[in-house]
Write a protein that binds this ligand. Structure first.
Ligand SMILES: C[S@@+](CC[C@H](N)C(=O)[O-])C[C@H]1O[C@@H](n2cnc3c(N)ncnc32)[C@H](O)[C@@H]1O
Length: 700
């Protein structure tokens, strides 16, 4: 039996469930946790069977993460695992109770009866194609386990409900942050709903947790016990074994014959992760009987652990392989406490207490992980800044094979061998580079965002962070004590007007600032430009449009729209440097000061990253001027980082506020109120899940 490994692959669990995490961790799988944002709102009536519903939900959860990660986390996973567990009884699907009454309703329905627990699992294989589009292949299956509850008195039920377990006995909410390297710009990009966000873990389908106190309610379990806990490990391992079997040994017959159902689909890259009912192209589509859509573990994947630099605790693949080769037929023998080998009730209770302790340990490990990440965050950021500044990513790209040894890189970047090696190794650990043997190469994420001439290059913004934001943050303590911006301390110069005094006083600083704005506008511009239907408008004016990157995105997205880009004369004189090769002549440039000069006439005024920079007083001056220039039906589109309504995130916005001069960050409803006070109403808000969100309001 060949040993197969997931070495070097980025495996992601798209679930915040500590139980799933524990089950997979226990078998030695190394993975990251990125909880899915997919809302479990599929219409159950559209599904013929409960397992179809669970499988579809699992698939949508996993796809949402697979599609979000390249943009929000700046890395493409190799494998994303999604799961959804439902309990069914009397033809009803029970999910997670929302409160104690709901838990009582569910548990009393289960009392004295046998019910089924279905877990749908989706394994998404992500393949980056040559054009950097990503192919998603879906392997899904489900597992059913039958569980019988004893007759439960009301007193017992309430005692159990009041223990807190049915709706989360480690607190209803837990602060969750997966263990990942914290790179400043990763933070900036993805912190929003992922970091510092409270994620519900009261995730007990049917309102009980069999692995803890809820186990005492159970008379018998027929089938996979771990399936009831939340993840059918046995069948999952078999499927993994099939997927990563050596070429030739792959069979997909199981997708047609397995009683537990399994399907292989390819999802087109452009497809949104929206909910889709069964029968949609991605649901239970025909399996690829030739196996062509399934990647096999090629010898290249079987790199030795010491070469890969990852994974000393690999999955015991011999076991996984054996499982995968086992007959697909389920064993008819019941498992659980009817099984003579199963532990008696007392020892089960002891095991459950042990489980509680293990969960607590896991919980504190997660917290420690987060602490370490926070403590080391600045080092990671500086590694990124330094590697970018030394052009490490460009140097690797320019080599013939796309990979170089440390000494060649050292020579190219004119740095010491020892220092370069350390830098490259640190980059590998942060996912910025990959290493095979002694050869270093860019990762997909670096190719995407870190090459200086890439269409989505963040180099400009990274250098701005390095040269301007970093020195400001070294004076954070004073900034907090004094409540002021620390430009003078950091740069030996006061800045009353951020742009005139700080950014535009020297040519190279201005160019750097413009490059920074340009890179953010290139990365976020399309999502902002397509956030709303602007087809009824003919003209737009992008106030403070800087290099015009956003204006070009609007022109591209709206064929009937002409866009005037308006900015200070010092900026307009340089904006030609940033003109795209396919520049649209519907974009024109006007120089002026939006506080003092007359504004160009337009149907829509765009304010992208403008309002947060100014005091309330100046914001009102600007909005009054826009309101005056508008005729009825005109609109204002504001694009900013929108704070959550409770101002608890995203940290990207709140961290940025720490180095602000006179401005401040606002939530969508604060922007809406602000605009309303100038006669702009009927707010439409778009959270783009990119760097900037958007709000559109119209004049009455
Ligand atoms: C934070 S940048 C945003 C750039 C651009 N809107 C974007 O999203 O990429 C602010 C812009 O406002 C411009 N700006 C600042 N003060 C201005 C003024 N008084 N009149 C016109 N533009 C101004 C700056 O030159 C700069 O381009």
């Amino acid at each position: 039996m060949e040993d197969l490994q997931l070495t070097g692959k980025l495996v992601v669990l798209a679930s915040a469930s500590p139980r799933r995490l524990e089950i997979l961790t226990n078998v030695g799988l190394r993975f990251e946790v990125v909880p899915s944002w997919f809302k479990e709102t599929l219409d159950k009536r559209l599904f013929k069977t409960p397992h179809e519903y669970a499988v579809e939900t699992a698939k949508q959860k996993a796809l949402e993460v697979a599609k979000r990660m390249p943009f929000k986390h700046l890395k493409t996973p190799d494998i994303v695992i999604g799961a959804d567990t439902v309990v069914t009884v009397d033809g009803l699907i029970l999910e997670k109770p929302v409160d104690k009454q709901d838990a009582y309703r569910m548990l009393s329905r289960l009392s004295g009866k046998e019910h089924s627990v279905f877990t749908g699992v989706a394994i998404i294989l992500c393949h980056e194609k040559e054009d950097e589009e990503i192919d998603y292949q879906v392997i899904d299956f489900y597992e059913e386990t039958k569980v019988k509850f004893a007759d439960l008195s009301d007193d017992l039920l309430w005692e159990y409900i009041n223990s807190g377990e049915p709706i989360g006995n480690w607190g209803h909410f837990t602060e969750f942050k997966p263990c990942e390297p914290m790179v400043l710009w990763t933070l900036i990009q993805r912190a929003s709903p992922c970091l510092h966000r409270f994620i519900e873990i009261r995730d007990k389908a049917g309102g009980y947790g069999i692995q803890a106190l809820g186990g005492m309610l159970v008379e018998y379990v027929h089938g996979d016990f771990l399936n009831v806990v939340g993840f059918p490990l046995n069948q999952f391992c078999k499927k993994l074994g099939l997927i990563f079997s050596p070429p030739g040994s792959l069979t997909h017959n199981s997708t047609q014959t397995s009683p537990q159902g399994s399907a292989v689909d390819t999802v087109p890259p452009a497809e949104p992760a929206a909910s889709s009912p069964p029968g949609s192209p991605t649901h239970n589509g025909p399996p690829d009987s030739q196996g062509q859509n399934i990647p096999s573990a090629s010898p290249a994947h079987n790199v030795k652990q010491e070469e890969s630099g990852r994974g000393e605790e690999e999955v015991p693949w011999t076991l996984v392989n054996s499982l995968s080769k086992c007959s697909e037929n389920r064993e008819a023998e019941p498992q659980g406490i009817n099984d003579p080998a199963a532990p008696d009730l007392t020892s089960r209770a002891t095991m459950q207490m042990q489980n509680v302790r293990e969960h607590e340990t896991e919980d504190s490990k997660e917290k420690l992980c987060k602490m370490i990440e926070l403590m080391d965050g600045f080092k990671a950021s500086k590694v990124l800044f330094t590697a970018s500044k030394l052009r490490v990513f460009d140097v690797l790209r320019s080599s013939k094979t796309g990979e170089l040894q440390a000494e060649d890189v050292a020579q190219e970047i004119k740095a010491s061998m020892k220092g370069t090696e350390r830098l490259l190794e640190a980059c590998v650990s942060l996912g910025l580079l990959q290493r095979t043997g002694k050869q270093y190469a860019n990762t997909a994420m670096s190719r995407h965002f870190l090459l200086s001439d890439g269409p989505l290059s963040l180099q400009g913004y990274i250098q701005h962070c390095n040269e301007l934001v970093w020195p400001l943050f070294t004076h954070l303590e004073t900034a907090v004590r004094e409540g002021t911006n620390q430009h003078e301390k950091a740069f030996g110069k006061t800045s009353n007007n951020l742009f005139q005094d700080a950014y535009y006083s020297r040519h190279e600083v201005k160019l750097r600032f413009m490059k920074a704005m340009h890179s953010i506008a290139r990365v976020s511009g399309r999502d902002v430009a397509t956030a709303f239907d602007l087809s009824k408008y003919k003209t737009a004016c992008d106030l403070g449009g800087c290099t015009g990157a956003m204006a070009y995105e609007f022109a591209k997205a709206h064929p009937g729209l002409s866009v005037t880009m308006f900015d200070l004369p010092k900026v307009i004189e340089m904006s030609g440097h940033f003109r795209p090769h396919d520049a649209d002549d519907r974009v024109s440039f006007v120089a002026g000061d939006f506080f003092k000069d007359e504004l160009p006439k337009a149907d829509v005024y765009i304010l992208a990253r403008i309002l947060h920079d100014w005091s309330d007083e100046k914001v009102h001056i600007l909005l009054s001027k826009i309101a005056k220039a508008c005729s009825p039906g005109c609109a204002v589109l504001v694009s900013e980082i929108f704070l959550d309504e409770d101002r608890k995130g995203p940290s990207r916005g709140l961290l940025q506020a720490l180095s602000m001069t006179e401005g401040r960050q606002r939530s969508a409803s604060e922007y809406s109120l602000l605009l309303k006070s100038h006669g702009f109403t009927a707010a439409q808000v778009k959270h783009t899940h990119n760097l900037l969100d958007a709000i559109l309001c119209v004049t009455e």
